[in-house]
Write a protein that binds this ligand. Structure first.
Ligand code: AR6
Length: 169
């Protein structure tokens, strides 16, 4: 059984086996959580991302997929980079967002990570409404078979925390 826990705060301050990054397909950094992880984690993470681009991911990481690097100076062993979908009013992309959580947990299992911190993927720059992002995140983690013991959602502000708390109950 995976225990879901909620924390309001900065994901780069978490002490866990793996920290999930809301990345983009370039894997070369950006704003939001991505920027914060690379800033605090230092250059080792970006160096590994560049190697991944040069080897398996020449065209970038596809939306809904995940890949791991070391965690540099973060208090974690790995960063799992996943690419959330941009929110669309025309198209239902929920399945791609669910895939981010499933694939991140699958990679965590491959690594042997037991504690994993997640941000609210797609709910910032990618524009996903927070309540719906929280629903998809919590439902997907609950429905995924995994050896991860703790899935810790780390929510930056109170509104995000409340949205997740309403789902976790
Ligand atoms: N700790 C925890 N949560 C955070 C932190 C932090 N340090 N910083 C922001 N958040 P976002 P996305 C929250 O924009 O929507 C990047 O440029 C934030 O308030 O980081 O998936 C990438 O390179 C929001 O609730 O990710 C991509 O281009 C949530 O984390 C793009 O943004 C996700 O916001 C990805 O956009």
């Amino acid at each position: 059984m995976t225990t879901i826990t909620l924390v309001q705060g900065d994901i780069t301050r978490q002490s866990v086996d793996a920290i999930v990054n809301a990345a983009n397909s370039s894997l070369l950094g950006g704003g939001g959580v991505d920027g914060a992880i690379h800033r605090r984690g230092g250059p080792a993470i970006l160096a590994e991302c560049r190697k991944l681009r040069a080897s398996q991911y020449g065209k970038g990481l596809r939306t809904g997929q995940a890949v791991a690097t070391t965690a540099g100076e973060l208090d974690a062993r790995w960063v799992i980079h996943t690419v959330g979908p941009r929110y669309s009013h025309e198209e239902d992309r929920s399945e791609l967002l669910a895939s981010c959580y499933r694939e991140s947990l699958r990679i965590a299992d491959e690594l042997g990570a037991r504690t994993v911190a997640f941000p609210a993927v797609s709910a910032g720059i990618y524009g996903w409404p927070m309540e719906d992002a929280a629903r998809i995140a919590v439902e997907t983690v609950r429905a995924t078979e995994t050896s991860v013991e703790e899935a810790r959602f780390v929510l930056f502000d109170e509104r995000a925390y409340e949205a997740f708390a309403a789902r976790v109950g």
